[in-house]
Ligand binder design. Structure first.
Ligand code: 5GP
Length: 213
């Protein structure tokens, strides 16, 4: 049986709040790239906590990557709880990407400290893909612009990292230099995020029930 863990909006908010000081200290991001859909809400919450008085909000961009395919409802029929479980695909599909045809957007990335935000690091396949592809695109853009300035540096923030063997790998410069931060490390459970709930009251009730167990 798949163990589910229900996370509320309130908890997500506090995970972002708790992580923000370390992100400010270690990454000092100038731009955030949220991996959609799960990275959008954490990125937006985090932005409020990363804002420093007198400075503008950190700009946010979004990319859409999909690895998991929705299963037919019968697969989940034994479940008595709200929330769908999805199953891992093997291939990452881009559903949305940065617009590299627009010069303004390229200039916004090159030479910046960029924080990639997602909700969960499960097999790490998605994060590996995102980092590799963004690095490639930034490199191509730098060459096109003849850019010779500061290096573009990527960091990662996720709400949850699952403590399991990973299929994907991230560059050593990230893992060894405090450029990867997970607000929580959890066991290999299925995390039900509030934005996926079709009945948020039932979702919160499950979270409350689980908290007293
Ligand atoms: P990975 O590529 O690390 O295996 O998976 C990343 C994506 O899979 C996440 O962005 C998320 O969309 C989905 N995913 C993996 N595990 C979970 C989970 O426990 N709960 C939910 N809701 N999504 C998950």
């Amino acid at each position: 049986m798949v163990v589910k863990e229900y996370v509320t909006y309130n908890e997500v908010h506090k995970l972002c709040q708790d992580a923000a000081p370390q992100i400010l200290q270690d990454f000092q991001p100038q731009l955030m790239i949220a991996i959609g859909g799960g990275g959008y809400v954490p990125a937006r919450i985090l932005r409020s906590f990363l804002k420093t008085p007198g400075s503008p909000n950190i700009p946010m961009q979004g990319i859409g990557l999909s690895l998991y395919e929705q299963l037919p409802p019968t697969h989940n029929s034994a479940s008595d709880t709200p929330g769908q479980i999805e199953e891992a695909g093997t291939k990452v599909t881009r559903t949305q990407w940065l617009d590299f045809t627009s010069l303004g957007e390229i200039e916004n990335l090159v030479g910046k400290r960029i924080l990639i935000v997602d909700e969960v690091d499960d097999t790490r396949t998605t994060l590996e893909y995102a980092v590799k592809e963004l690095e490639k695109d930034v490199e191509a853009a730098s060459q096109k612009l003849g850019y010779k300035g500061e290096e573009t540096v990527f960091s990662i923030f996720v709400l949850h990292n699952k403590n399991k063997e990973k299929k994907g790998t991230l560059p050593a410069y990230m893992m060894n230099n405090n450029r990867y931060l997970a607000a929580r490390t959890v066991e290999d459970v299925w995390i039900c995020y509030p934005w996926e709930a079709t009945d948020i009251d039932a979702h919160d009730a499950m979270a409350a029930k689980q908290a007293v167990q």
